[in-house]
Design a protein. Structure first.
Length: 314
């Protein structure tokens, strides 16, 4: 019997875990032809998340868990889950039930019967989200579509079912600074997309603030595009051309009319503007340099605190 492994990153999800486990049982009963298991990756939760997972594991041997020594972030949790998933098919989904497990039978058909290497999901609406967040999210996906070679669909979720070959390709990308949506698109393979309406959390609160999402979007831009560096270069050339043009104008004005250069307020504004452009360029270069610095340190992506899996990897 082929094996299906579900990877579920968790961070302070004590309220929603009982609902997720109920849905897991329903899906497992529908996929009777597969040996289904779930790996919960506890990302250093501060509530009773790990205790609830342990209780589920004690009464159901299909439930596995891996708990971090501290909070390393969702990307580290996804990577850890992939490292320990040994199923023939691997699915990644959130515990909050915004990724409906009920789609898994349909997703399995896409791989088993239609020959796809992965089946991914995307939201066709953002009902229930703050309008400002929805606006910037759409802007981000449009921007990534223009500047990145990796396929990143608008509204794409991390909810994805894949073959073991697809999973192994992801693990070969062992970079420290990870952006899974970009990695999924970069490795390629045949992918089928399933669309569904946005579903609000079953319980609990989202852990993704606007600021966290903004920083996460920067990870994607820096990790999968060098367009900001090209933009900085173009901006530098443009400023040089404008400065040369003004120099010629001032020189001609002085020769023709004999007027001295005047306008200290305007000069101050120009200096401040040029200083701001320089700081912006240095900031962009610094972000790329900082990511390179973190990669060269070769730190582990996560540290395992405890697990009921047979083998612990780091």
């Amino acid at each position: 019997m082929e094996k299906l492994t579900l990877i579920v990153p968790c961070y302070n999800e004590e309220e929603v875990l009982p609902f997720f486990y109920e849905e897991f049982q329903k899906v497992a009963s529908k996929l009777k032809n597969y040996n289904t298991e779930v790996i919960f990756v506890d990302d250093g939760s501060k509530d009773k998340t790990l205790s609830i997972i342990k209780e589920m594991a004690a009464r159901d041997d299909r439930v596995k868990y891996l708990s971090f020594s501290r909070n390393f972030g969702k990307e580290a949790a996804i990577y850890a889950g992939f490292q320990h998933a040994d199923g023939d098919y691997i699915a990644m989904l959130d515990a909050d039930l915004q990724d409906p497990p009920s789609l898994l039978p349909e997703m399995m058909k896409g791989i088993v019967e239609e020959g796809y290497d992965s089946v991914a999901t995307r939201r066709v609406s953002r009902k229930g989200e703050p309008p400002v967040r929805s606006f910037f999210a759409r802007c981000f996906y449009k921007l990534m579509k223009r500047i990145s070679t990796a396929e990143i669909m608008d509204g794409a979720r991390d909810f994805r079912l894949m073959t073991r070959q697809f999973k192994d390709a992801i693990l070969e990308m062992g970079e420290y600074n990870r952006f899974s949506k970009g990695i999924f698109g970069w490795v390629g393979f045949k992918t089928k997309w399933i669309e569904y309406e946005n579903i609000e959390r079953k319980a609990g609160e989202t852990k993704w603030s606007f600021w966290k999402l903004f920083k996460y979007s920067l990870e994607g831009i820096i990790g999968f595009s060098t367009a900001p560096l090209a933009l900085v270069s173009a901006l530098g050339i443009l400023v040089c051309l404008v400065a040369f043009l003004f120099l010629v104008i001032i020189l001609l004005k002085t020769l023709c009319f004999g007027d001295p250069v005047a306008g200290w307020p305007s000069m101050t504004c120009i200096i401040l503007m040029l200083g701001g452009i320089q700081l912006l360029c240095m900031g962009i270069l610094g972000m790329y340099l900082s990511k390179t610095y973190l990669e060269t340190k070769k730190r582990p992506i996560y540290i395992c605190g405890e697990t009921n899996l047979n083998e612990t990897k780091g």
